[in-house]
Write a protein that binds this ligand. Structure first.
Ligand SMILES: [Zn+2]
Length: 333
């Protein structure tokens, strides 16, 4: 066996295990080079020195080739394992979908925050009402033409999916003694044709304050502050007289249209104004129906069309977008 054969054998070892086999075959106890050394004993003394030196050189060479191949194979194995575990730390992280709050929820939290800061408590009532709480106690007796104003749904049993959150006013006033301030957010239902500004189910936020010597000035201030703080956007406001059976006097708060800045557009029906919050001083008949003396206690109430408020705040020009369940809307908040 010569140097070239040894080099070829060592180079042929494809991995560390094969290389160890090669080492044993050459240098092991029964290895070829070891075997050559064993032949030394059978040689003539004068041949021994030269042959011994030759075999020892071969052995050293084999050892060096084995060492070199070993570090080569180890290097390759390390590179392979690094490759396998390679990671691009600059790659964008995979997206983890996070839940978002619906804009109605977001704005409602702000409005609740605003009113609780003014000493209002949050109240609620059932979605399905009876005629007394939805109409009668609100000064809308049966067969009164005003009932037609609210396009009412009825259940098979004659119950009413409430047409307004004003029913919570009645429930609160009947169960408590004045003074009181409540805010009642909730869902209401109307038998309406659905279009860009109307929906059959939407949200109202009812406000009620019962105290002594309550006037329209208190209501106006409350609503103007609300628009300014919660919607912002430098909106102009105006009040118009309005008729609702459960208030006297009644009024509507309009805000300037955010979509056309007062010039007139489809959303504001070319008027430049958007009707936002109806309200007024609670009618003496309503206070009486709830067991309070209108000579002693007065009250103001309002019922803001909350979806419209959300649309104004965030510049959403179609109410249906709030309800079509598309994540593309919610992801923007
Ligand atoms: Zn407009």
């Amino acid at each position: 066996m010569d140097t070239q054969q040894i080099a070829a054998t060592v180079a042929g070892a494809g991995d560390l295990t094969a290389l160890e086999d090669v080492r044993v075959r050459l240098l092991g106890k029964k290895g070829e080079i070891t075997g050559m050394l064993k032949q030394l004993g059978g040689l003539a003394p004068e041949e021994r020195a030269a042959f011994g030196a030759q075999v020892n050189a071969l052995k050293a060479e084999a050892q060096a080739l084995l060492d070199a191949r070993k570090s080569e194979l180890e290097g390759a194995a390390e590179a392979a394992s690094l490759d396998a575990g390679w990671m691009d730390v600059t790659a964008p992280a995979p997206e983890r979908p996070l839940g978002r709050l619906h804009p109605i929820t977001l704005l409602l939290e702000e409005v609740i925050d605003h009113f609780t800061g003014l000493g209002f408590e949050i109240a609620s009532g059932p979605d399905i009402e009876d005629s007394f709480h939805n109409f009668d106690a609100l000064n809308i007796p049966k067969d009164h033409p005003a009932r037609d104003v609210w396009d009412t749904f009825y259940t098979d049993r004659g119950e009413i999916p409430r047409t307004h959150t004003s029913s919570v006013q009645i429930r609160t006033m009947m169960n408590r003694t004045p003074p009181m301030r409540i805010l009642a957010p909730g869902r209401v239902f109307r038998n309406e044709t659905i279009d860009a500004t109307h929906h059959a189910s939407f949200h109202q936020v009812e406000g009620l304050l019962v105290d002594r010597q309550v006037s329209v000035a208190h209501l106006k201030h409350t609503l103007e502050t609300l628009v300014d703080r919660v919607i912002g956007r430098g909106l102009k406001t105006r009040f118009r007289p309005a008729f609702y059976p459960f208030v006297e006097p009644g009024l509507d708060l309009d805000v300037s249209c955010v979509f056309c800045h007062g010039k007139g557009c489809g959303v504001c029906k070319q008027s430049g104004w958007i009707e936002l919050i109806p309200g007024g001083l609670v009618h003496p008949n309503v206070l009486r129906a709830c067991g309070h003396d209108p000579d002693e206690w007065q009250a103001y109430a309002f019922g803001m069309g909350f979806d419209r408020m959300v649309m104004l705040r965030y510049g959403i020009d179609d109410i249906r977008r709030l309800y079509d369940g598309r994540l593309s809307l919610v992801r923007q908040f």
